[in-house]
Design a protein around this ligand. Structure first.
Ligand code: AMP
Length: 281
C-alpha cells in the first residue's frame, strides 16, 4: 500500500498513467478504523481496480471542540488494517493540504442541513461538504463509498455531486454492527464495556418497536425516547421518523411507503447516532 501525504503526490501518481482506464474506488474516513469502515474498503476493492482510502480528521465538521480534541486516533493500527484489506493507496493529508488554498464549496442544501444532525450540529454538514468536495477534486474517483449509518450525510453528498457536476457513483453501504447490535463507530472506543452494553439497547429498542400504520408517529417517537432514556447512561437528543428521500418529518405513516427512524443519543458524554428503516406492508 502506498501512503501519500500531499495532493501533489496523488497528482504525480495519476500522471504515471497507471490509473488510465482504471476504475478508482474511494473511501473517505476520519480514521480510528473499525469493521464498518473496512466493509466499505472491501466493497471498493471488489468493485474497482484501484482502492484509495483517505484518513483526515476534518476540523471543519466538528461543532464541539472537545469532540474534535477527543476524537480517537489509531493511525498505526489503521495502516495495518488497510494493508490487510489490500487497500492500494492511503491518502493521509495535513490540514494545509486540504484547506491551504481552498475556502470550501458552497452548495444549496435545499433544507437538508436544517433537520436532524444539521439542527443539533450547526455547521457540521458545511464542513463535511467542504472536505468531501476537496477530496473528490483531488482524487477524482469513479465510485465513492459511504455508510448508511450517516444517512443524512449520504443524501447531502449525493446532492452535492449533482450540483458540482462530479461524475462519481455514490455506493451506499449497510450499517455494520457489533454482535450486540450497537452500530460500529469510532466514538465507541470512548465507551466502557458497561456503557457499550447499555448503548446496544438503542438498536434493540428501535428494531423491536411494535407499532401499526394507524399510530401517530409523534407518540411512537416519545415512547421510543422514553424507553431509551430508561437505560442507564443514555439520553436521547432526538428520535424522529422522517421520509426517506427528503428527511421531512413524517406526521403519519403510509402504506407501501417506508419510513426512516433517525436517533441521536448521548451515552454519558459520547454522542451516538443510528437509524432504522421500517416498511409497512
Ligand atoms: P467516519 O470515519 O466516521 O467519517 O466514517 C467514514 C465512512 O464510514 C462514512 O461513510 C460512514 O458512514 C462509514 N461508516 C462509519 N461507521 C459505519 C458502520 N458502522 N457501518 C457502515 N459504515 C460506517
Amino acid at each position: 500500500m502506498k501512503i501519500f501525504r500531499t495532493a501533489n503526490k496523488i497528482f504525480e501518481f495519476k500522471k504515471l498513467s497507471i490509473l488510465e482506464n482504471k476504475i478508482i474506488g474511494f473511501v473517505p474516513t476520519m480514521g480510528a478504523l473499525h469493521q464498518g469502515h473496512l466493509a466499505l474498503v472491501r466493497q471498493a476493492k471488489k468493485e474497482s481496480d484501484y482502492c484509495i482510502v483517505s484518513i483526515f480528521v476534518n476540523p471543519k465538521q466538528f461543532n464541539n471542540i472537545d469532540d474534535y480534541n477527543n476524537y480517537p486516533k489509531s493511525i498505526e493500527k489503521d495502516i495495518s488494517l488497510l494493508k490487510e484489506c489490500n487497500c492500494d493507496i492511503l491518502y493521509l493529508p495535513e490540514n494545509n493540504d486540504i484547506y491551504g488554498n481552498y475556502q470550501g464549496y458552497k452548495m444549496d442544501f435545499e433544507g437538508l442541513d436544517n433537520v436532524l444532525e444539521g439542527k443539533y450540529r450547526t455547521g457540521h454538514f458545511q464542513g463535511v461538504v467542504d472536505v468531501v468536495y476537496r477530496l473528490f477534486d483531488i482524487i477524482k474517483p469513479d465510485k465513492s463509498y459511504f455508510g448508511i449509518k450517516d444517512y443524512q450525510q449520504l443524501l447531502i453528498i449525493k446532492k452535492m455531486i449533482k450540483q458540482a457536476g462530479f461524475n462519481i457513483e455514490i455506493v451506499e453501504c449497510p450499517i455494520v454492527r457489533e454482535k450486540s447490535g450497537l452500530a460500529m463507530s469510532s466514538r465507541n472506543m470512548r465507551l466502557s464495556e458497561k456503557q457499550k452494553n447499555n448503548a446496544a439497547k438503542i438498536y434493540e429498542i428501535i428494531r423491536n418497536k411494535k407499532f401499526s400504520i394507524d399510530d401517530n408517529p409523534k407518540q411512537i417517537e416519545n415512547q421510543i425516547s422514553q424507553e431509551i432514556n430508561n437505560i442507564p447512561d443514555l439520553k436521547t437528543e432526538y428520535v424522529i421518523f422522517c421520509e426517506q428521500d427528503s428527511l421531512n418529518q413524517a406526521y403519519q405513516f403510509e402504506k407501501n411507503n417506508g419510513v426512516m427512524l433517525c436517533v441521536a443519543v448521548y451515552c454519558d458524554k459520547v454522542r451516538l447516532i443510528d437509524n432504522f428503516f421500517y416498511v409497512f406492508k
